[in-house]
Ligand binder design. Structure first.
Ligand code: NDP
Ligand code: 8X3
Length: 252
């Protein structure tokens, strides 16, 4: 990969985004790292900054003005984004539809769907102007099927699936690569966030089987971005060997 390549990763402070940042840095890809936890962004910049150039942006993806302002504030050296990894997102709650919290619903739709759109809107015009760029949307198996109590989180990820297809269609004539990586269960802070800090409940989700690690997804994301430019991996689903669907997991 070109030593001037720059990737912007949302949700780089944890899990899949952080592992992707580390993998990209090891592969010589320069980085714009985004998230709300500045201490974590600083720590990543300190640990990876010897290998590649890194700039950090702190914004809440739900705030469209902040998203625009933050991305517009990128210094000249970081202003050309070659690769956008739309990764920031979470589940909030795991409740039946009749008792679900409207605050949780707002959070999932605002972050996973609208936030992804705001960041994309801030970056896409420079890609269309250059007729080059690569967007990877992190979807989920929850965007391919619906599981009990997954209702609104699954809806948000089905929306990502539709947006991924829509982006690919609309950006086709602009020579931009668009694809989704849709993981099954990955052991990150995802369940801790979903269960609002209940680490005991969160840990149980990943017990009893050989669950995917964030580094497994980072490895795949790097594979996707390192294909020759005429190759676009449009839609990829990956689960641990023990997982057959959202509800069928071999814990024997
Ligand atoms: P983590 O909780 O470990 O990471 C989530 C990341 O999103 C953090 O870096 C967080 O940064 C960022 N984020 C969350 N809310 C906001 C916000 N309002 N504004 C800006 N950034 C935000 O989870 P994962 O790494 O697992 O999740 C990453 C993506 O992968 C998500 O889109 C998730 O839906 C998807 N996914 C996860 C799977 C799993 O089983 N773990 C499986 C399939 C898909 P900060 O808090 O610093 O802002
Ligand atoms: C995360 C995977 O199955 O917890 O998107 O929804 S799952």
């Amino acid at each position: 990969m070109d030593t001037h390549t720059i990737a912007l990763i949302t949700g780089a402070t944890s899990g899949i985004g952080k592992a992707t940042a580390i993998r990209f840095a090891n592969e010589g890809i320069n980085l714009v790292l985004c998230g709300r936890r500045q201490d974590r962004l600083d720590a990543l910049k300190d640990s990876l900054g010897e290998r590649v150039t890194i700039y950090t942006l702190n914004f809440d993806i739900r705030d469209k003005d902040n998203v625009q302002t933050a991305i517009a504030s990128l210094p000249e050296a970081f202003s050309q984004i070659d690769i956008l990894i739309n990764n920031a997102g979470n589940a909030h709650g795991l409740d039946p539809i009749q008792t679900g919290s409207t605050d949780d619903w707002d959070a999932m739709l605002d972050i996973n769907v609208k936030g992804l759109l705001y960041v994309s809107k801030a970056i896409i015009p420079q890609m269309t102007a250059r007729k080059s760029g690569h967007i990877i949307n992190i979807g989920s198996t929850a965007g391919k099927e619906v599981y009990p109590n997954g209702n609104v989180y699954c809806a948000s990820k089905h929306a990502v699936d539709a947006i991924n297809q829509g982006m690919r269609i609309d950006l086709n004539k602009h020579n931009i690569r668009v694809g989704a990586v849709n993981p099954g269960m990955v052991h990150t802070e995802f369940s801790e966030v979903r269960f609002k800090g209940d680490t005991e409940r969160a840990d149980k989700v990943y017990q009893g089987f050989d669950v995917l690690k964030p580094e497994d997804i980072a490895d795949i994301i790097h594979f996707v971005v390192s294909r020759p430019y005429h190759v676009n991996i449009a839609d990829l689903v990956v689960m641990s060997t023990a997982q057959a669907s959202s509800t069928i997991i071999n814990k024997s």
